[in-house]
Write a protein that binds this ligand. Sequence first.
Ligand SMILES: NC(=O)c1ccc[n+]([C@@H]2O[C@H](COP(=O)([O-])OP(=O)(O)OC[C@H]3O[C@@H](n4cnc5c(N)ncnc54)[C@H](O)[C@@H]3O)[C@@H](O)[C@H]2O)c1
Length: 365
Amino acid sequence: MSTVGSAGRAVDAGFWRERRVLLSGHTGFKGAWLSLWLQSLGARVTGFSDGVPTRPSLYELARVGEGMDSIEGDVRDHEAVAAAVAQTAPEVVIHMAAQSLVRRSFAQPRETYETNVMGAVNVLDAVRLNAAGVRVLVNVTSDKCYENREWEWGYREEEPMGGHDPYSSSKGCAELLTSAMRRSFFSEPDGPRLASARAGNVIGGGDWGEDRLLPDIMRAALADEQVLVRNPNSIRPWQHVLNPLSGYLVLAQALWDSPELAAGWNFGPAEEDARPVGWIVERMGALWPRELRWALDDGPHPHEARYLKLDSSRARSRLGWRPRVGLERTLESIAEWYSALADGADMRAVTLAQIETLSYAAAAP
Ligand SMILES: NC(=O)c1ccc[n+]([C@@H]2O[C@H](COP(=O)([O-])OP(=O)(O)OC[C@H]3O[C@@H](n4cnc5c(N)ncnc54)[C@H](O)[C@@H]3O)[C@@H](O)[C@H]2O)c1
């Protein structure tokens, strides 16, 4: 299966077939989608995670573990991470395990930094110590890694790192340590190529993360309850989960041949896919087959950074990457996914079918 259309560089099934991939965070929302995509491409995937982060989860509903090996371990445990790298002898490592929630980072700042900063150090250092065989290492951070100066225009890869809250700052730290590790240990032309990937506001079927808009909407819709919505006027650059994941795959393919691409990369949506929270809720209400009721949650909220836009010109011009799935199709696919769940469908088949059809979708303009 060759995926992701003709305009620009495609995800190349030939590259991934039989490729040994170590993926941390494989039980999470993005990790489960990426695991299934890699399985469908014929890769030999091993996941490393500390369990399943939510119940229900895409990982369990789509029986993601059936098509891969899994190691249960904590990224904060450097010996466990090193053992996983040594045992699986990966050619490609994609590091996604993280404490991924901004709100939780206010309640658990130390755990957030330990997981997101030292966890990343442990993965990168394990590759440094077991470099033989690892050719590509992609560290997934976030668009929140940038110092948010409340600009209207997009942030470019060389903009300063920062972050107001512990989560965002932990991802800024993860970027800084990636840069230092690259310059210190991963600059040999034949050694591992280390890049980082920045994306945000990722949505799709199967997300049950706390305090995320789409999971909040779909939890309420499935339970026939009213959804409480914070900040309906906040504009966010929404994108289907397959868009950044295609970026990570295309980046890994490109790094394999081109060590000079070892850098930080933005993967953001098309400009017109930045929409207010309230608009998304209304649109989901129109797409959901039953009534969807919502009300304003005007309780006290921790600081939420204003709109941050990514400039993805570098990925477009140098990787040939494009966000394939536009926002309207994204929201339709989410409604379809949770409707299928409510109807008792086989969610592994449903998710694999969405990967097949959406990854062929026409390029967004
Ligand atoms: N979902 C988004 O909108 C979004 C946006 C920007 C960046 N990201 C980043 O993408 C990555 C994946 O995000 P997600 O939405 O799938 O997150 P998620 O919370 O759904 O999954 C997190 C994964 O990390 C694992 N994990 C957490 N702590 C761990 C630990 N100490 N040791 C081992 N494994 C651990 C969990 O088990 C799970 O597999 C994260 O790095 C996240 O910060 C996500």
